[in-house]
Design a protein around this ligand. Structure first.
Ligand code: 5GP
Length: 209
C-alpha cells in the first residue's frame, strides 16, 4: 500500500445521455490519482472500440469461465450481453493508492455497494427529462425507437437514484467534473476510510498515558 493509504472505490452511473463518458475522460486527464477500470464484456466491439481500452472483449463461454473463477467484482446482463469488472485490476490499483472508478450500470452498482459498503456511489443526470431527450436526439446516432427505449429505461433507473450517495447534475462539463472530484476527495476523510489514521492515533494516545 502507498503512503497515501488505500484508494477510494467509486461507482459512477447515469442515464444514457448524462455525459458520464465525457466527465470521466476530463477527470482522468485532469488528475493523476485516478484509475478507470476497463470492463469485460461479451458484446461485440463497435467500430472504433479497442481491446483493453474500451473493453476486454470475450465470448460468453470465456465470460462464464471468469464468473466460475470468481475473477469478477460484479457482473450483470444488460440487453443480452454480459458486462463485468475484473477484480485484479481494481484491487491492485487501490493498493497503490489510486482512486478507482467503475463506470457501470445500476445492477452492478448495487452488487458492489452490498459487497463493499465503503464504496462511493455517484449518479449523474442532465438537468431535466427534456434536456436528456434533446441530448439523445442531438447525437443523431439512434433511431426514434431506440431513443424512446432509453427514455423508458431512464424512468425505471430514476427509481434507484435514492440508493446512491451523490446525485450530480451535469449542466456544464467542467462544473460537473469538479463536483465529482470533490465528492471523491471528501470521501477520503470519512471515518470508514481513515481506519489507519484512527489506529495510529489510538496507539499514540495510549503510549502517552
Ligand atoms: P455499452 O454497451 O453501451 O458500452 O454499455 C452498456 C451499459 O453497460 C452501460 O450502462 C455501461 O455503464 C454498463 N457497463 C459497462 N461496463 C460494465 C461492467 O463492468 N459492469 C456492469 N454492471 N455494467 C457495465
Amino acid at each position: 500500500m502507498s503512503d497515501a493509504g488505500r484508494g477510494i472505490l467509486t461507482v459512477v452511473s447515469g442515464f444514457a445521455g448524462s455525459g458520464k463518458g465525457t466527465v470521466m475522460k476530463k477527470l482522468i486527464e485532469g488528475h493523476d490519482n485516478y484509475a478507470l477500470s476497463v470492463s469485460v464484456t461479451s458484446r461485440k466491439p463497435r467500430p472504433g472500440e479497442e481491446e483493453g481500452i474500451s473493453y476486454f472483449f470475450k465470448t460468453r463461454e470465456e465470460f462464464e469461465e471468469m464468473i466460475r473463477r470468481d475473477a469478477l467484482l460484479e457482473y450483470a446482463e444488460y440487453v443480452g450481453n454480459y458486462y463485468g469488472t475484473p477484480k485484479d485490476f481494481v484491487f491492485s490499483k487501490m493498493d497503490e493508492g489510486k482512486d478507482v472508478i467503475l463506470e457501470i450500470e445500476l445492477q452492478g452498482a448495487m452488487q458492489i455497494k452490498k459487497k463493499y459498503p465503503d464504496t462511493l456511489l455517484i449518479f449523474l443526470t442532465p438537468p431535466s427529462a427534456d434536456e436528456l431527450y434533446k441530448r439523445l436526439k442531438g447525437r443523431g446516432t439512434e433511431t426514434d425507437d431506440v431513443i424512446e427505449k432509453r427514455m423508458k429505461r431512464a424512468s425505471e433507473e430514476a427509481l434507484c437514484i435514492k440508493d446512491y450517495d451523490y446525485l450530480i447534475i451535469n449542466d456544464n462539463i467542467d462544473d460537473c467534473t469538479r463536483r465529482v472530484h470533490e465528492a471523491i476527495q471528501t470521501a477520503h476523510h470519512t471515518v470508514g476510510h481513515e481506519m489507519e489514521l484512527i489506529k495510529r492515533l489510538k496507539t499514540e494516545l495510549i503510549d502517552r498515558v
